[in-house]
Design a protein around this ligand. Structure first.
Ligand SMILES: [Zn+2]
Length: 280
């Protein structure tokens, strides 16, 4: 098995003001021509790519004004929508019985290196011990908790961003990667998917859980959709967006039917490398 280059301890990220406009993560179209969305009223600027329609925050870091919508007062229609959203909360769990780690355990190869990006909840404990498990935790405070979990399970935790951590693995060395609600938050999402295309083995699999920007609930709730979770979220994927992004880097995508329904506020995407024809 190829050796992993252990990273230096990461420093706490410095939240400096961001003056650069992000390009579209899907097609790299420049941010200056993107169309501003009314969802900016919820407190943060969002734009829709003029070329491919992907929705994202054009600045990775900016001041968030949570009272921007209606000066903090909700209209009766907004209150009704929020009420309906809450009393039908059960629907968020109705069609998602399988967690990403379970899909990895089920679909991944027999052994090899697996990376859990973000060390979500109990993933380090629940990913199958048949794998060599690495956790990537971008913030030292998070890494401390993950390391404690790793000490119990044998997982290795690296204090690093997703792109930096994945880049330290040799090409075609990863049996699996889990990204649980991560890509929405990553200003460098395009680089992360590019690395999945390079680092996954041809029999490897990446399991992504993403907020479903194409969900019916988002259409109904509009700017009150609970996934407009500022300042955390930077990218809002539809299935077509993650498919287009994966295709840029030699990955094919599948969406398990019952885990990617339009009634669900999240969806699962399974990414696998497209095996070059010359290998057959
Ligand atoms: Zn685009």
């Amino acid at each position: 098995m190829a050796a992993i280059i252990m990273p230096a301890e990461a420093q706490e990220p410095v939240e400096a003001p961001d003056v650069t406009m992000r390009a579209c993560a899907i097609c790299e179209h420049g941010g200056t021509s993107a169309r501003a969305l009314a969802y900016a009223k919820v407190g943060r600027q969002l734009v829709e790519c003029a070329n491919c329609g992907f929705t994202y925050a054009p600045k990775a870091r900016e001041a968030v004004h949570m009272q921007a919508a209606g000066n903090g007062r909700m209209r009766l229609s907004d209150l009704l929508l929020c009420f309906l959203d809450r009393v039908t909360y059960w629907r968020r769990f109705m069609f998602s019985p399988l967690e990403p780690y379970e899909l990895l355990n089920k679909l991944g190869p027999d052994s090899g290196n697996v990376v859990d990006v973000g060390c979500h909840r109990d993933n380090l404990r629940l990913i199958s011990p048949r794998f060599s498990i690495y956790g990537l935790a971008g913030f030292p405070a998070l890494a401390a908790h993950a390391r404690a979990e790793g000490a119990r399970t044998g997982a290795t935790v690296l204090s690093t961003t997703a792109a930096e951590g994945l880049s330290r693995f040799p090409d075609r060395s990863l049996a699996g990667v889990v990204l649980y609600s991560h890509l929405e938050r990553d200003a460098d999402a395009r680089s992360v998917v590019a690395l999945l295309g390079r680092k996954l083995r041809f029999d490897g699999v990446a399991v992504l859980k993403l907020a479903n920007y194409g969900s019916l609930n988002r259409l109904v709730m509009g700017k009150r959709w609970y996934k407009f979770n500022f300042p955390d979220y930077l990218n809002y994927f539809r299935k077509r967006d993650i498919s287009a992004l994966a295709a840029c880097f030699g990955l094919e995508v599948s969406f398990p039917l019952m885990l990617s329904l339009p009634t669900d506020d999240n969806f699962i995407a399974i990414l696998k490398p497209i095996i070059p024809i010359e290998i057959y």
